[in-house]
Write a protein that binds this ligand. Structure first.
Ligand code: 0X9
Ligand code: ZN
Length: 308
């Protein structure tokens, strides 16, 4: 079970997914989409009421969290979405016509390292052959305009992009799943922290995709829903990554949009833990943060259900 009153270990996240799949076999299934460098499972929970009964397939929503392992609020947000969909019957309508694919922890090695060694670790834990320092920034390792801007070839850098695009098992896991199963995906959300921002592509350069008006409109719908529900005074900003934040190539959001062909793709920068904690959001703020974020997810879902 999950209570959202404390941060859980990776093994507890995975046990929760397996438990749900066992308890709710008609709607929840677990798929292992890959393994981290140190051999931890990367699991996805699929939530679906079953195949479409018409000739049009159901739209899918792909969500991941934990790419940057110190951003501890992200996995609970994904787990709360899972809990609310599967275990709160008031939300059953949300998977009637839409399929959900949720990966609560894409960087389990890094996450466990932040639990036991270094709370502020950001990258994964693989040592590139011949490199000096451990770890690749998974959000610089995706293969769309890889290394174009805001990324480094110095292995000791926090934004080390890896020796080549998709050199890491964790980024490969999402890539391979999207390429094999992504045809009907309409929305991608990647949860990060912090800053209360709804970021859309492009991140590699201050240029906008052709559907930027839709991206902005839908992002704003979600942002407004969160702000209105917020009990911690969240105030989201909505814009493209490169324009609002900084140029940074190799992000999952850019790749999923460009190569995964998912038109609506966002990096959601969740709230922080207030100065001086930031990434180190205190456990008592988990519940308010996950609750308000779910209101944004409801707004995203409503748009997808209505438009696809
Ligand atoms: O720098 C990042 O990877 C993200 N910010 S964070 O503070 N969580 O590290 C922003 C990524 C935005 N998307 C792209 N640049 N593609
Ligand atoms: Zn991040």
């Amino acid at each position: 079970q999950v209570t959202f009153s404390s941060f859980m270990r990776h093994s507890e996240h995975m046990a929760y997914l397996r438990r749900l799949a066992a308890d709710y076999p008609n709607i929840a299934t677990v798929e292992k989409i890959g393994e981290s460098y140190e051999g931890r499972d990367i699991l996805m929970l699929k939530i679906s009421s079953g195949p479409s009964e018409t000739s049009t397939p159901k739209p899918g929503i792909l969500i991941d969290a934990g790419i940057h392992c110190r951003e501890w609020i992200a996995p609970p947000v994904a787990l709360y979405i899972i809990q609310q969909l599967v275990q709160n019957s008031a939300n059953a309508h949300m998977y009637a016509n839409v399929d959900w694919y949720i990966v609560p922890n894409l960087n389990p090695d890094g996450y466990e390292f932040t639990q036991s060694n270094n709370r502020l670790w950001r990258k994964n834990r693989r040592l590139t052959e011949g490199a000096q320092c451990i770890g690749t920034d998974l959000n610089r390792n995706f293969g769309y305009y890889w290394m174009h801007a805001g990324a480094s070839q110095d292995s000791c850098s926090e934004i080390y992009a890896g020796p080549e695009a998709f050199s890491e098992p964790e980024s490969q896991a999402i890539r391979d799943w999207v390429l094999a199963n992504g045809e009907n995906l309409q929305l991608y959300l990647s949860f990060h922290s912090y800053g209360e921002m709804m970021l859309y592509p492009w991140g590699y350069a201050p240029e906008l995709p052709e559907n930027h008006e839709d991206l902005h409109y839908v992002g704003q719908l979600a942002a407004t829903a969160i702000d209105q529900a917020s009990t911690i005074n969240s105030q989201y900003r909505v814009n493209s990554s490169a324009i609002l934040l900084y140029e940074a190539a190799g992000g999952s959001d850019d790749w999923v949009k460009a190569e995964g062909k998912v038109d609506l793709s966002y990096c959601v920068e969740l709230p922080d833990g207030d100065a001086p904690f930031f990434f180190m959001i205190p456990a008592r703020q988990i519940l308010p943060a996950v609750r308000e974020t779910f209101e944004g997810v409801k707004a995203f879902h409503a748009y997808i259900e209505e438009n696809f």
